[in-house]
Design a protein around this ligand. Sequence first.
Ligand code: ZN
Length: 146
Amino acid sequence: MNLDSLYQEVILDHYKNPLNKELLPNPIAQVTHLNTSCGDEIVLNLHLNGEIVEHITWDGIGCSISQASTSVMSDLLTGKPIDEALVILNSFVEVIQSKGKLSGDDEIIGDGVAFAGVSKFPARVKCALIGWMAFKDALSQGLSKK
Ligand code: ZN
């Protein structure tokens, strides 16, 4: 099995069995993000506990890349200190915006490396980032309420 098909399998697994795809009530922030060019939609609820990302739960519809990437994001960032979550987020965004130049470090972005190939397809970049941008948005809203 080559790396590309392994990565496709990771994406398909998260698409079929998405993690944290059940909105928890009473979030500190709720956001809805749309990617109209593809038809992706993500609703994300954020719960913080002090400086820790306690829960990231979400619901959504759209292509396999958007749904799988949101699943990976919610799994990676849940339980992390906020500053660490932002390091992971920035690293993932850098890879996805690299136009195929970066392959990503799986010690930082975990299953996020499976999406590195998406960076070669400008039309799909938004799909890979929608959940991550929703988290970033919810975090800044949540922090402003503290
Ligand atoms: Zn999409």
